[in-house]
Design a protein around this ligand. Structure first.
Ligand SMILES: [Zn+2]
Ligand SMILES: [Zn+2]
Length: 238
């Protein structure tokens, strides 16, 4: 019975996609490697992989990407991570946090837990291409996109205002308008403490958002909310 239901909704999804008569399909999903990965994350990976198998059989060219978001900052750590270790690494991107286990030899915290998930794929026959987000930001194509965003800050603000503002209550509207006055669509990694955000005393997250874009120099200026360091960084520095 269970199988029947599963086959039914997957077939329905296949039919919906088939209607578009595509010769190429891109499937993608993602995960932040913040610790041992919960088995629940396999749900979307297996759905994508099932679609990949079906469409490959039909002769469609399928790309299936798994984005490991190791540029995401550590907002909290799981209970099994040493407390002092947690304190010194909160707010850093997972790619810049060392592996928490001695003699493990991993390049980063992100690689330790990300690769643990990836190592299970062969047992399920899952075939995908893993993209590490921190690496993507080292690429010229991504950096050029950052430049486009910085040069179109006002247009982005207009779009946010149009779509986000109507969904907020009055208090949050005021907060949003206040924030928009100085908002720039880029955050920076602090050159001193490696953090991109800080948790304030009231529990709110304060991102290390750029405070000024120097167009000619293609640099942003920031003031780190975690350590107070004021620095500048090139948008081509990754
Ligand atoms: Zn490790
Ligand atoms: Zn800092």
């Amino acid at each position: 019975m269970v199988n029947k239901v599963l086959v039914h909704w997957l077939e329905e999804t296949v039919q919906e996609i088939s209607k578009r008569n595509l010769t190429e399909i891109t499937l993608s999903t993602g995960k932040t490697p913040s610790g041992h990965v919960h088995i629940g994350i396999l749900r979307e990976i297996i759905i994508c992989d099932a679609l990949r198998r079906i469409f490959e059989k039909k002769g469609v060219n399928v790309s299936f990407y798994l984005f490991m978001d190791d540029f995401d900052a550590a907002k909290r750590f799981p209970y099994y991570i040493d407390e002092n270790y947690q304190k010194s690494n909160l707010g850093k991107p997972f790619a810049l946090i060392p592996c928490p286990y001695e003699d493990c030899g991993c390049e980063s915290y992100a690689y330790h837990f990300g690769n643990e998930l990836i190592s299970t794929f062969k047992h399920f026959g899952i075939k995908n291409e893993v993209k590490w987000s921190y690496n993507l930001y080292q690429k010229r194509e991504m950096q050029d996109k950052i430049k486009i965003a910085l040069e179109n800050t006002n247009r982005i603000k207009e779009i946010l205002k149009k779509y986000i503002l109507p969904t907020l209550d009055n208090d949050r509207k005021e907060q949003f308008n206040d924030m928009q006055k100085t908002w720039i669509p880029v955050m920076a990694i602090c050159g001193k403490c490696n953090k991109i955000q800080e948790r304030a005393k009231d529990g709110s997250i304060q991102p290390n958002r750029a405070i000024e874009y120097l167009k000619k120099e293609q640099m942003v200026i920031y003031k780190c909310p975690a350590c107070g360091y004021q620095g500048r960084t090139s948008i081509y520095s990754g």
